[in-house]
Design a protein around this ligand. Structure first.
Ligand code: TRP
Ligand code: ZN
Length: 464
């Protein structure tokens, strides 16, 4: 493949000399041009990149908590979606030492969080290529999404708490850092002996220790968005086994939270098995969770291993993060404006859990929120269009969940639960949009739900 491309490269170079040195912006006569610096999400114009699709990330990192130094080699397998003379990766901070494309040295430049790679020869449309980036430094936290504080690769007293939603993966590995591009992942994480590194998916072999360092290998074989990647590391106590339904289950807790370990393990198992009966088969190879001593005060639904920051997770937050494994993780949004498809569903799952446990019904919770005065901020923020500067507004969660309850009221329980299951099944491992959900709800109910969705998702006022 490579030698073939070299031939093309030589030809392209010849043609370009004859055609008088094309710039990157103008396509070469052979149709190669620079990939765009953004994937096309107008709310986050520099997130992700154009011109290629990632199939796989191989993330190899060595982290020393005492010095906060990270050394990394990330190898990305991708396919060109148009002819490429150059392409971008997202990377924030860190020093890049070397970049190769298909094992040949490539030149690179950096500007803000964009790493531009120029391969020795152009890449043809649909060609697969492998880009390898060697880098090192101290990761900086990201904080662009303002309303949830800092995120990314965050140091703890004994390691790192790694929670990257919405675009913090670029703080620890070069990536096409936007949920519109999903890929499989391998992680190889080396830490001082005595510490444990926890990444997504399942173990790929037992840890190995040499020279005072231990290397952990994890593999996520199902497609995953970059913001769900984790390499949380430090001192951990582990409990491993299977859920009663047979899904591998791993709970980990920082020693400061060792009293949470059994509850986390048992509740995660019960909840995973239960959601599989409601939403359809569990989409991934394992479940569980990680409690770390980082006082985030919130949790992130990292694929297969939700991460809880500095508190003892109660049933409702475990219920929420595990519902995300279906809604947000298996089904991913293509644009951040559709975030209610993640948060509204995970919040509604909390209401369903409470109802099922014989506590408050979803109807009661719905009424409680609906009785908030017309001046309450959730009524002026329509959840069907998340705002980039206020992505995780309470309305996305609460009014998003209320939208689902309004649908349930309109179509009845039988159709509603069939709808949730069909939604999760039809788009398993794929991407979704709000329009697709509205279409499916209308198709399955045979009802025109346009006015309902418009009032609940798009109007800046309290629906009647
Ligand atoms: N998706 C998380 C939830 O609702 C919230 C969240 C967004 C988050 N960005 C984060 C948590 C960054 C931790 C770090 O469950
Ligand atoms: Zn959530």
């Amino acid at each position: 493949m490579r030698s073939n491309r070299r031939g093309v490269a030589v030809l392209a170079a010849l043609i370009s000399v004859l055609a008088c040195a094309p710039t990157d912006e103008s396509p070469s006569p052979a149709g190669h041009r620079a990939g765009a610096p953004g994937i096309g999400d107008p709310d986050f114009p520099r997130d992700g990149n154009g011109g290629y699709d990632v199939a796989h990330y191989d993330v190899v990192i060595d982290y020393t908590p005492a010095s906060k130094r990270l050394e990394g080699v990330t190898t990305i397998e991708a396919a060109a979606t148009h002819g490429l003379s150059a392409f971008n990766l997202d990377l924030a901070g860190l020093d890049v030492h070397e970049v190769t494309v298909d094992d040949s040295p490539a030149t690179f430049t950096r500007q803000g969080d964009e790493l531009t790679v120029r391969p020795a020869g152009p890449i043809d449309e649909r060609d697969r290529f492998t880009v390898k980036v060697s880098y090192a430094g101290t990761p900086n936290a990201a904080d662009a999404s303002a309303d949830l504080g800092t995120y990314g690769f965050l140091p703890t007293p004994d390691g790192a708490f790694v929670a990257s939603e919405p675009n913090g993966s670029k703080t620890w590995f070069p990536a096409n850092d936007h949920p519109a591009d999903k890929a499989t992942f391998d992680f190889t994480i080396t830490v001082p002996a005595g510490l444990t590194a926890l990444a997504n998916g399942e173990r790929a072999g037992q840890p190995t220790t040499t020279g005072g360092k231990t290397t952990f290998r994890w593999r996520e074989r199902h497609p995953m968005v970059t913001y769900l990647a984790t390499a949380t590391l430090g001192k951990f106590e582990l409990r491993e086994g299977r859920t009663p339904g047979g899904i591998p289950n791993l709970a980990a807790a920082d020693p400061r939270f060792s009293s949470t370990l059994d509850g986390l393990y048992t509740t995660s198992a019960e909840v995973t098995d239960y959601w599989a009966t409601v939403f359809g088969p569990y989409p991934f190879g394992s479940t569980g969770g990680v409690v770390d001593d980082y006082a985030a005060g919130y949790a992130l639904e990292n694929q297969t291993k939700p991460l809880y920051g500095g508190f003892n997770p109660d049933e409702s937050i475990i219920v929420h993060e595990l519902a995300h494994q279906w809604f947000g993780n298996s089904l991913s949004i293509k644009r951040w404006k559709d975030l209610w498809l993640n948060e509204g569903f995970a919040t509604y799952a909390e209401w369903l859990w409470s109802e099922r446990k014989g506590r408050r019904t979803a109807e009661t919770t719905f009424k409680k929120f609906h009785s908030r005065p017309a001046t309450d901020p959730i009524w002026s923020y329509p959840p069907g269009r998340a705002k980039p500067g206020d992505l995780f507004n309470l309305s996305i969660y609460t009014r998003g969940a209320m939208t689902l309850h309004a649908v349930r009221r309109a179509v009845g329980d039988q159709t509603f639960f069939a709808l949730l299951r069909a939604w999760a099944t039809e788009h398993r491992y794929g991407h979704v949009t709000t329009d697709q959900f509205i279409e499916l709800a209308e198709r399955m109910s045979g009802k025109d739900l346009g006015a309902l969705f418009d009032a609940w998702l798009f109007q800046p006022r309290r629906p009647a």
